[in-house]
Design a protein around this ligand. Structure first.
Ligand code: ADP
Ligand code: F6P
Length: 335
């Protein structure tokens, strides 16, 4: 073959394996730490690493670029995600997933690392079903991914909520009020339950359990008052809803001055805690190790303090539930 023809060959016979990485769904503190570790450990293992902007939206539009060791400098301590994220309705269609796979081929991606929540993993599973190799790294403040004990961002969100409720408690104490606080978590009560224990809430209402206002809120408050308490914290998980109405009813029924605070998006931001930085880093290192070993279609998880991997189909069929001992403890300790 002439020298000129040689240079027209589209691809060298053997090229380094190329992985794409994206962050998808709701952002979570620690996504940057996970991205940094995918890029650094990926390059260490000989991969080319492409950052895909704005989750599946960027995959569909081919919005991606090659990252290097310095692309991820000084991001570990930052909340949010430098790749940005998106909810992408088109990716929930068969046609969208097919287009995503096609674009991955255009960029010659051998695998995609998806840093995100349950919804993002369903998108990844759909890509896997048509031939893409995917690895999921669980990141959401909600901690609602069934195969793992811990998701990246959960611990930071807990600390943010703890700080906010500590402050709300100061004013509830001073005015002898009841403060009703709504925390995030979508359909899950993991943030609510942990913070009920961490903040000594008098009542905590979880979406996983049916609730009755008399039994689960009014009786505990009156009981606490009769035992000498003068201020009260009631935590409502977002998935329960009706927080403002619940606060009104508490005031009407008990006569105790009651206010409501919806903590909102501050729970998604902030510099990740050590726990989230370490789990993000370790999960990402595990993800590139699996890819280097030629494994396919896995979700990384933290199970009983060990970083492990499950087949993506198996992981999405697992079920985890709130710890009943934690529910019991939160009630006992508020007496
Ligand atoms: P999270 O990943 O935090 O749970 P979402 O549920 O919003 O967040 O999912 C993020 C994105 O993943 C969605 O915008 C969509 O592009 C994709 N996705 C979600 N659910 C599915 C599904 N069932 N099938 C395919 N893609 C999905
Ligand atoms: O999944 C994280 C989360 O913050 C949930 O707790 C909340 O229900 C949801 O995302 C809010 O989503 P959005 O950013 O679309 O308002």
């Amino acid at each position: 073959m002439s020298e000129q023809n040689e240079s027209l060959k589209a691809e060298p016979v053997s090229r380094p394996k190329r992985i794409g990485v994206l962050t998808s769904g709701g952002d979570a503190p620690g996504m940057n730490a996970a991205l940094r570790a995918v890029v650094r450990s990926g390059i260490y293992r000989g991969f080319e690493v492409y950052g895909i902007r704005k989750g599946y939206e960027g995959l569909l539009s081919g919005d991606m670029y090659e990252m290097n060791l310095r692309s991820v400098s000084d991001i570990m301590n930052r909340g949010g995600t430098i790749l940005q994220t998106a909810r992408c309705p088109e990716f929930m269609t068969e046609e969208g997933v097919r287009r995503g796979y096609r674009m991955a081929q255009v960029f010659k991606l051998d695998a995609i690392v998806v840093i995100g929540g349950d919804g993002s993993f369903r998108g990844a599973r759909d890509l896997a079903r048509i031939g893409m190799n995917v690895v999921g790294i669980p990141a959401t403040i909600d901690n609602d991914i069934d195969c793992t004990d811990h998701t990246i961002g959960f611990d930071t969100a807990l600390n943010t909520v703890k700080d906010a409720i500590d402050k709300i408690k100061d004013t509830a104490y001073s005015h002898e009020r009841c403060s009703v606080v709504e925390v995030m978590g979508r359909g899950a009560g993991y943030i609510a339950l942990s913070c009920a224990i961490a903040d000594g809430a008098e009542a905590c209402i979880l979406p996983e359990r049916h609730f009755d206002i008399d039994t689960d809120i009014i009786q505990p408050i009156i009981g606490c008052r009769n035992r000498g308490k003068h201020h009260y914290i009631v935590i409502i998980a977002e998935g329960v809803g009706g927080t403002i109405e619940i606060a009104k009813q508490i005031e009407e029924i008990t006569g105790i001055s009651t206010n409501a605070t919806i903590l909102g998006y501050q729970q998604r931001g902030g510099s990740p805690t050590v726990k989230d930085r370490v789990s993000a880093s370790m999960m990402a290192v595990k993800a590139t190790e699996l890819l280097a070993n030629g494994e396919r279609n896995k979700i990384i998880a933290l199970k009983n303090e060990k970083y492990v991997a499950y087949d993506i189909e198996e992981a999405l069929n697992m079920k985890k539930t709130l710890d009943p001992e934690m529910i019991e403890a939160s009630k006992m300790l508020s007496l």
